[in-house]
Design a protein around this ligand. Sequence first.
Ligand code: GDP
Length: 421
Amino acid sequence: MSKPVVAGVGRPNVGKSTLFNALAGSRISIVEDTPGVTRDRIYADVSWLNYPFTLIDTGGIEPESKDIILSRMREQAETAIMTADVILFLTDVRQGLVDADFKVADMLRRSGRPVLLVVNKVDSFEKFMPDVYEFYNLGLGDPIPISAAGKLGLGDMLDEVVKHFPDASQEEEEDERPKIAVRVSVSPIAGTTRDAIDTTVTRNGQEYVFIDTAGLRRKSKVKEELERYSIIRTVTAVERCDVAVLIIDAEEGITEQDAKIAGIAHERGKGMIIAVNKWDLIEKDNHTMKEFTEKIWEKLSYMPYAELIFLSAKTGQRLPKLFDLIDAVIANCALRVQTGVLNEILTEAMAMKQPPSDKGKRLRIYYITQVSVKPPTFVMFINDKNLTHFSYTRYIENQIRTTFGFRGTPLKFIYRERKEK
Ligand code: GDP
């Protein structure tokens, strides 16, 4: 199930980064060792009262001239409008209200998306509350006073945030259409809502929702900022999808940007299909496909489970096969394996290859069971976490895959220690 996305916007120095840190704490989820994924802190997994959500850091805006700040704030707000389920509009009680606040508030209000007006740096409610009332003038409802630095008022703010989350059970019932994150070549128009970038395709009576991952690229001085927004849009599109289809241009080969998107889908545990498009334009001999395939796995070695397909959107070559793959991968992401069968595989695997040992002590795996799907997640009960080794985890994974395939979906393994009997 996709998690709600919460994004913060606001002028430079109002405390967006401080708030992000206060909420995300040590739970920032960027996996450092996934190659190709930006190391920038962009999103974090947060939960409040059993409501997990993805927190997006839209990033700091460097204070430059007033005009530039405003245009960058618009860009930032636009990204939040397109991607977030709830927007936190941050202001600063000490600086008070400025013109840019009114303009951005206007833009947010017109978007119709849930916006919470947060007034930061209220380090003492007694001292600053009278100044907070001024913020009613923004027309965004009740201002929520907080101190990001002092961690004051954050609980009350989060209570408001989760109230705006779509009801998960209802959403599942309402929309069971497969959702596919894909980069389509239509640039989103400024101020459009995110629905405008969802495209519905019907095939054999089944509707598929294609979500644009971004594709926003403009040449400008603020390139870095835009690159960040483009990644944010990708993250949220991938968050909402069941399976990500990474479309690689056969003429260009796999780019850094492609690798980044793949890394994000991998981290978010999503199904993955790599589609090499414009295959009609490539001059081929007997080795072309093999060479191309090798180059892709060189870059994406951490996701050998991904499905790969060579197609041409223009001629229609293998397009029906792509839909078949999408269906198959979605089914694999939701596949459940019975505990009995899993433990048979485990026992056999351990008989063929002993678990690793260290200083005379051997890893013992007592039991394996699948605890969830999307992605399929397995818990292994063991004697000592220090004895685990990723190469052995991968070996077990491969044994499971040999039997069940699970093509296109990552598998997740969790170790739990249990006292030796
Ligand atoms: P950003 O540009 O919006 O990301 O703002 P930062 O998070 O970098 O914060 C800007 C400045 O405001 C820093 O010096 C923070 O220490 C300070 N700051 C942030 N939150 C608070 C707060 O709740 N109270 C006070 N007094 N200062 C804060």
